[in-house]
Design a protein around this ligand. Structure first.
Ligand code: 13P
Length: 261
């Protein structure tokens, strides 16, 4: 089973729509200058909602192969939910992906696993691929409970998803202690949890489905550490925060296959 790697740049709450336009153009040019082969890795950016229309316009106009998506979605299809954005709105803007359950949403907005599962379902119903985030805080890792904790999140979120929907999803393992801290999980740490996630998905949905689902690692990924992490068998890509805000650096991250010996 060969899974096409996915490098997704989560811009978080950075870059206004003018900066977004310039950033995506520079990313496209950097990849073009390097004769980047999009068969080696799918490239996506995940801008704030207010940038999506501009990103759509520029990627369409220049016929770019870069995909894009949103950082969150409402569980509701429409209605009186002030401030929320529906899956239909995102799909209409050409989004391919939606991040659900990022640790910053869980931590600052109290999102539960059940809600994360419902958001994944909303994204899938809108024809988009959810990037379902899981991962433990430092205290849980120190207690040696990181695998059990992360698998419990997988069980609870995937309880919302029927097999055909599960196999269209992406999982991102992001240990919270490695996010924005410069502290990277070792390749072995990433493999330990990503491998355990794949085994759990195989128990839930069967081996074929589990082998088809892409599992990303996120947490201080940059061009200097990406190749070692991507060399692990169950790591199928990266969810990249800080390093994705610099388009030339993110292009180097996307080119990881050129540095794997
Ligand atoms: P950093 O790459 O900045 O550590 O962020 C990781 C992340 O949270 C991506 O979603």
């Amino acid at each position: 089973m060969t899974r096409t790697p996915l490098m997704a740049g989560n811009w978080k709450m950075n870059l206004d729509h003018l900066e977004a336009t310039a950033t995506i153009q520079r990313l496209h040019w950097a990849l073009q200058d390097a004769n980047f082969d999009y068969g080696k890795a799918e490239v996506a950016v995940l801008p704030p909602f207010t940038d999506l229309r501009s990103v759509q316009t520029v990627t369409d106009a220049d016929n770019m192969s870069i995909r894009y998506g949103a950082q969150d979605v409402s569980v509701h299809p429409d209605g009186a939910y002030t401030g929320e954005i529906s899956a239909r709105m995102l799909s209409k803007l050409g989004c391919s992906y939606v991040v659900v359950g990022h640790s910053e949403r869980r931590q600052y907005h109290g999102e539960t696993d059940q809600e994360v599962g419902e958001k994944a379902l909303a994204a899938l119903a809108g024809g988009m691929v959810p990037i379902i985030c899981v991962g433990e805080a430092l205290a849980i890792r120190k207690a040696g409970e990181h695998v059990a904790y992360t698998l419990a999140q997988i069980d609870a979120v995937f309880a919302e998803l029927a097999p055909e929907l599960a196999s269209r999803s992406v999982v991102a393992y992001e240990p919270i202690w490695a996010i924005g801290t410069g502290e990277v999980a070792t390749p072995a740490d990433a493999q330990e949890v990503c491998g355990a996630i794949r085994e759990r998905l195989a128990e839930l949905y069967g081996r074929d489905a589990a082998e088809a689902i892409r599992i990303l690692y996120g947490g201080s990924v940059k061009s200097s550490n990406v190749a070692a992490i991507m060399a692990e068998p169950d790591v199928d890509g990266g969810l990249v925060g800080g390093a994705s805000l610099d388009p030339e650096e993110f292009a180097r991250v996307c080119r990881f296959s050129e540095y794997i010996a």
